[in-house]
Ligand binder design. Structure first.
Ligand code: SF4
Length: 226
């Protein structure tokens, strides 16, 4: 689901990703912060770096203040993996966490898997994603997670980023997602998933901007497209 926006823009790369790229320092730091935030909420000891622990502590305290001030109540879902089914009857299902290579082994063909960083599942639904770098311009990942987790009995559905770049104050950016918006997103996902293995490459700004994992083998992008 972290590549939902790329999937919506082009489907050719799916299954042609190539070997995983070595994560840079920013990605390693972000992963360590995610683990430290999750461990803190679960009451587990963490072995992350002092910098990651410090950032995670700031994120946790900002979140706890936010939950209290906004009155969020419900079951806290932490680092749960979920897959969206392209069917209007079944919005999603919980699946097992990805392996070391970030592959979701029990996702079925045609499903879109991903992991929710944090959600509060109660009368209303709150879905949050932690970011320690730049905020994404599009919200496909959050909307896809909301599509997977939303149930008819939820009142409000709120999605948001917990933005914690190094050295800056943690800020939470929540936005209400309407049922219409999520239904439209679900429809676009279903269409995109139906194009996997069939559609040709669709080049555009997204090839570079969204770090297409097949960009080195793609016949038309990103450097060949103008
Ligand atoms: S480089 Fe661009 S056109 Fe090629 S597969 Fe990736 S997103 Fe599609």
């Amino acid at each position: 689901m972290s590549r939902a926006d790329l999937l919506l823009a082009c489907q050719w790369w799916v299954g042609r990703e190539g070997p995983p790229e070595k994560p840079g320092r920013a990605a390693v730091f972000g992963t360590a912060v995610h683990a430290a935030v999750a461990n803190g909420f679960l009451g587990l000891r963490s072995n992350e770096s002092p910098e990651a622990e410090e950032r995670a502590g700031a994120i946790r305290s900002a979140l706890l203040d936010y939950f209290r001030e906004e009155g969020w109540e419900g079951k806290l879902l932490i680092e749960r993996s979920v897959a969206v089914l392209p069917s209007s009857r079944l919005p999603g299902r919980f699946i097992s966490a990805p392996d070391a290579a970030h592959v979701y082994l029990d996702a079925l063909p045609g499903e879109l898997p991903g992991t929710v960083d944090l959600a509060v599942d109660g009368k209303d639904l709150l879905v949050l994603d932690h970011k320690t770098g730049k905020l994404p311009a599009e919200g496909g990942q959050l909307k896809s997670l909301a599509v997977a987790l939303a149930r008819p009995e939820h009142g409000r559905i709120v999605v948001g980023y917990v933005h914690a770049p190094w050295g800056k104050k943690v800020r939470i950016h929540p936005a209400e997602a309407s049922r219409e918006e999520l239904a439209e997103h679900r429809w676009r996902l279903a269409l995109a998933l139906a194009g996997v293995g069939i559609a040709g490459p669709t080049p555009g700004e997204h090839c570079k901007a969204l770090y297409c994992p097949a960009r080195f083998s793609c016949p038309v992008g990103p450097d060949k497209y103008v």
